[in-house]
Design a protein around this ligand. Sequence first.
Ligand code: ZN
Length: 256
Amino acid sequence: MTTENLANIDADYVNISLPSNFHFYDFKTLSIRPLKAKEILKIYKASRTNSFLMLVQAIAPCIDKDIMKLTIGDFWSVMYWLKLNSFTKSPIQVTWECRDEKHIEQVNAGTLEPKSLNNHDIINKTLIEEVQLDTDKLDAALLSLGVISRFKLNPSTIGDTCEAVDLMDAKVIEENDDFFTKYAAHLHPDHGIKLKDRYDKALDELTPDDMIDIDVYADLIKHGINEQVKVKCKECGALREVAISLNALDFLPYIR
Ligand SMILES: [Zn+2]
């Protein structure tokens, strides 16, 4: 981890953009390199134990900034970059069925084989769409509202996610505790470096109005990877949106 731009001094690294446009960070570049065998091994262990923290730690050396500070949207953008640029021979694949009415009619009439509805696509970089942070919208909102909330707010980070997963595993908080992952995690670290401290503060101090303010903020700062990709039926050409997703379990193509 460094504040230098590693791509300028190490040929393994390239600079990439992030969906947040670096809006929330004290750094304005991010250098990244594809995964090496030692990291694959760590990801393998992470997938075996289904450990999100281990997955995050495994890929941390591939970027030149503190991975724990990345917003969740930026983190997944980094994950997709690593997937697409490290496993070039086994990229993301998706199997889906055409739902086009005319196509189905032809199958029902016996003109086309039922298997003609089956499609298999390889998802490449051009199909994956980034949802960029709308900084104009955010600035306009800040200008018209003055402040969105009486609390200083921030997007929740991967560090928060790791802490939340830990606390859920330890049963300190319940799984899928929205209050924790949404309202507490959007409080700025000035309100407590540890998410648990922000959680306790949120429980004590947030009013229903404050919670609405945080909802507004969360909506304004949306950014990340759109995991809906547009694909085309090979038989009839009809378009369909299918969902793709990455997680620790399916990150490595050869692990079942
Ligand atoms: Zn079709």
